[in-house]
Design a protein around this ligand. Sequence first.
Ligand code: ATP
Length: 240
Amino acid sequence: MAPLTTLANATVRYDSHEALAGVSLEIARAAITVVVGHNGSGKSTLLGILAGTTPLTSGSLEWHDFDASPGRIAYVPQHARLPEAFPMTVGAAVAMGRWAERARTGIRLRPRTRAHGRRSSDAEHVHEAIEQLGLGPLRGRLLGELSGGQRQRTLIAQGIAQDTELLLLDEPTAGVDAESSERIASCLAALAARGTTIVVASHDAEEISAADAIITLRDGRRTDEELTPSVGQRRTSSLG
Ligand SMILES: Nc1ncnc2c1ncn2[C@@H]1O[C@H](COP(=O)(O)OP(=O)(O)OP(=O)(O)O)[C@@H](O)[C@H]1O
């Protein structure tokens, strides 16, 4: 299967600092690619390039049979914030994930379609994302009343609810306990099995063991060291 995207010789410079230096890679479709590396190695910069928020200083990014226009890529940045000062519930925050799609299609979010008594597909995506992240019991809880891990799961659910072909997650399990981390990993595996292309920046062993492909960065360059013996078993691509 053709990759979703090809990055060739990508360099990103912030003033005089080179955050990424000539990185080339392909992202496999319907697979989990985990980007690993020490602090400052360029993981977030790489995700920013894919999200379209970080411009390349040089090099190229090519999409294959994929429309990368705004709203087509779900991106959950590191330290993303939720509007905790507003009296907003978990359910409403996850539903915000549907905004881009609604803006594009003009569909209104309704809890149920009146004609058939079935959930609209919009509400269905929200419901599914909430269930997948185990947030059902917290659906009506205010954001300001969540623990850090619950808040993080809400953000991931918001990203998943977007139902995009490409999902980018920056350190999704940072500050999350082992059980939640496992839940997130299995949720991502299920999404990839259904055809979603997922790129995760992470240090977390759960995510790394769930990876189909691993990209290792050091000081803005690809090194692709083998991290754990189990990783190779699920690896579908290691492209250089
Ligand atoms: N906006 C910016 N301006 C200047 N330098 C930046 C900027 N963003 C990132 N950098 C630098 O670029 C390098 C790569 O940063 P990046 O955030 O991509 O790394 P990272 O691997 O995601 O790190 P972490 O694990 O700490 O999140 C770092 O040295 C960082 O200080």
